[in-house]
Design a protein around this ligand. Structure first.
Ligand SMILES: *Cc1c(COP(=O)(O)O)cnc(C)c1O
Length: 383
């Protein structure tokens, strides 16, 4: 079986994890967690980063620190993994769903229409006319490692006084190559950015995540909240309600070894992306979704776009065809406004997202794919 996306442990993973075990530092204390925080911050060119148990935990802390309150609303994409949405509900706020554009990222034109035509500015707050609730923040997702147009987004956020949380869980290593934010990494432009080191992400710690914040004081507050809000570690004084969200040293050890390979992983993913693109030229009706111009993507996930009329088979036909050849593929997520917990939430003019889901299939993209594996995928797609 050629899997969709599996980890690559060809670096110092075993050595560092063993060192953590031998040092008997396996829990949330220990030098690897701090080292990973330091190295990620260095990589991103920022002051500090806060290691978490998961990307989801990081998103939860980001929403809390962005000041989202119970009853507020947060604008989110309909097309994303549900973990971008759930933390909004953890704090009893409500999502408002936006459509995507051809890049699979949030349609910023529609976002502008919504903010201008469906909301009223009331003092410092933006009020959704339909629900009468305050819109506190936007969660933008850099889908599959493809960076959204942050320049446009940040202008809108400033104008409408919205906090921006970048769900960069899939986009570690992606950066802008033009405009105001040239050279800036996905996750470092908004008020908060969150990365994930889940097993299928570009680097993994098994489970884990990293939170970054524009305001260093808020990053510090996030670290405090992630460690049970402990104000005194001898007498156990807690002046706030905290969480058990800190990464463990075992995860940190894995992460340090993985981060050493990140740039190489991106090179491999780029090379494989280009090989797929070249070989797909021989097949009518199949292409890979391009990444945004103005961005150096991390090439995390490859989206096969199926033109059913030209190819003669629909998405599920292709999925089953690949499955018969022992190749794993996967459709894009079920849209979130259709998921059971969110069917009563507002969804603003969702149109494009349906067709994106209908025609896209993610195909194998692991960094340990061999040339023969890619050729096997292409052969299976030929009729
Ligand atoms: C992976 C992912 C998350 C959640 O990260 P975890 O570390 O698995 O909690 C959130 N949003 C998106 C878009 C993701 O792909």
């Amino acid at each position: 079986m050629i899997p969709l996306s599996v980890p690559n442990f060809s670096g110092s993973e075993r050595e560092y994890v063993l060192k953590a075990i031998e040092a008997e530092w396996v829990s949330t204390g220990g030098e690897y967690v701090q080292l990973l925080e330091k190295k990620i911050a260095q990589y991103l060119g920022i002051d500090s980063a806060v290691a978490c148990q998961s990307g989801t935990a990081g998103l939860h802390l980001a929403l809390l620190l962005a000041g989202v309150k119970p009853g507020d609303e947060v604008i989110v994409p309909a097309l994303t993994f549900i973990a971008s949405i759930n933390p909004i509900k953890y704090i009893h706020a409500e999502p408002v769903f936006m459509d995507c554009d051809d890049t699979l990222n949030m349609d910023l034109e529609k976002l502008k229409d919504f903010l201008c035509n469906e909301c009223d500015q009331l003092g410092n707050s933006l009020i959704n006319r339909k629900t009468n609730k305050k819109i506190a923040a936007v969660v933008i997702v850099h889908v599959f490692g493809n960076m959204a147009d942050v320049e446009r987004l940040m202008e809108m956020a400033a104008k409408f006084n919205l906090k921006v949380i970048e769900d960069a869980t899939e986009a570690l290593g992606t950066f802008r190559t033009k405009g105001t934010h040239m050279g800036k990494f996905a996750g470092t432009v908004g008020d908060f950015g969150v990365y994930s080191f889940n097993g299928n992400k570009i680097i993994t710690t098994g489970g884990g995540g990293m939170l970054v914040a524009k305001d260093p004081a808020l990053a510090e507050k996030a670290r405090y909240l992630s460690t049970q809000a402990k104000d005194d570690s001898v007498y156990y004084i807690h002046n706030d309600i905290g969480y058990n969200y800190r990464m463990t040293n075992l995860q940190g050890a894995l992460g340090v070894a993985q981060l050493e390979q990140l740039d190489n992983f991106i090179l491999i993913k780029r090379k494989n992306y280009l090989l797929y693109t070249k070989l797909l030229q021989e097949i009518e009706g199949l292409t890979l979704l391009p990444f945004n111009s103005g961005t150096r993507p991390n090439y995390w996930f490859y989206s096969l776009v199926i033109d059913e009329d030209k190819y003669g088979e629909d998405r599920d036909g292709v999925l089953n065809r690949l499955y018969r050849h022992q190749i794993q593929s996967r459709p894009v997520w079920r849209l979130n406004h259709l998921q059971h917990p969110y069917q009563c939430n507002q969804a603003y003019k969702i149109e494009k997202a349906y067709s994106c889901v209908d025609k896209i299939l993610n195909i194998p993209c692991s960094t340990n794919l061999k040339k023969e594996d890619i050729e096997k995928v292409i052969e299976a797609l030929k009729k």
